[in-house]
Design a protein around this ligand. Sequence first.
Ligand code: SF4
Ligand code: SF4
Length: 352
Amino acid sequence: MFDPDFDGQKLMFHPDRVAQWLAEGKTSGPLYTELEISNRCNCRCLFCGVDHLVNGTGTIMAPDLAALVFDGLAELGNRSVMICGNGEPLLNPDVVEIVRMAAARMSVSMTTNGVALSPEKLSLIDELEWIRFSINGCDPENYALVHGTGKEVFTRVLANVESAVARKKRLNLAVTIGTQLVLLPENESGAVELARRLKAIGVDYFSIKPYSQHPLSRNRRQIDYRGLLDLEERLRPLEEDGFSIIFRAAAMQRAGTAKSYRSCRGIHFISFITADGAVWECNVFAGDDRFAVGKVGEQTLPEIWCGPVRQRVVDFIEHDFDLGQCRDLCRMEACNRYLWRLENPRPHDNFI
Ligand code: SF4
Ligand code: SF4
């Protein structure tokens, strides 16, 4: 059974690397990497946090470059890679090969809108620990509105999810098949019906998360979740063995509140690599030269991770960067709260 606490963190399961960071102020490599293999996308979501990057250069990562990335990550002791990024991974024609290469070396997952999960690509799910389909429209009209596609795409996406579930059952695969909706005023009224349909298809969970403003995105939205929290009560009755509802109320309530840490330490445990092989110290600021630490192909990943450029960027983030510029509820938020607390214990922390 997977851990449904999406608002928590799992650093305590990697005590060796955390102890190394506590003792030395740095780590010998990331634990987790987010890898973009395509920055093209076949949707134009009205909430897209990376609308300033998607379909900009149209870059697709080649298998040769991916092999260098995975070799470097394995050498650094990286334990998991999520294939996602500022685009849609299934638009990479070599996605099946790339997933297989990664799975031979570490745990692999994928987040996708699922639109391009063709029968030829379906076998990639065999290699994944989990796949999450981002479905943010609840019927053909609503999907077209939220994803900026034709109405027919909704039916295709649900059929693709159904094919994945059927393959999982037929081959008795271990992959967890999840679905996720970014809760918006535009899709709230259809969320229960969508959850019903996904449950009937047989996915493992349906997660509902809040929108979070990306500091660099063109779209600007302010959503007050207080009026949307009752959706959880309407979704909960659908839950049963084999189908979880993950309603991220804690994240919705934390949105817009002050951070409990004063410096980002999560960067010692994560890396982000874009389809051109560029390595960024933070995925939110990919494209911002202040966060660029090197490029795979010009250097190896171990050279980049342990090199002087990355050290300068880490020093800048830890000492000079104003966290007020960060993305609200960024991926490392829970890790940062934990790491800050380790560095700055509170009274009574010895009373375990
Ligand atoms: S599917 Fe993802 S990357 Fe593509 S437009 Fe939507 S939010 Fe952006
Ligand atoms: S957005 Fe800010 S807090 Fe989050 S990982 Fe990036 S630098 Fe750290």
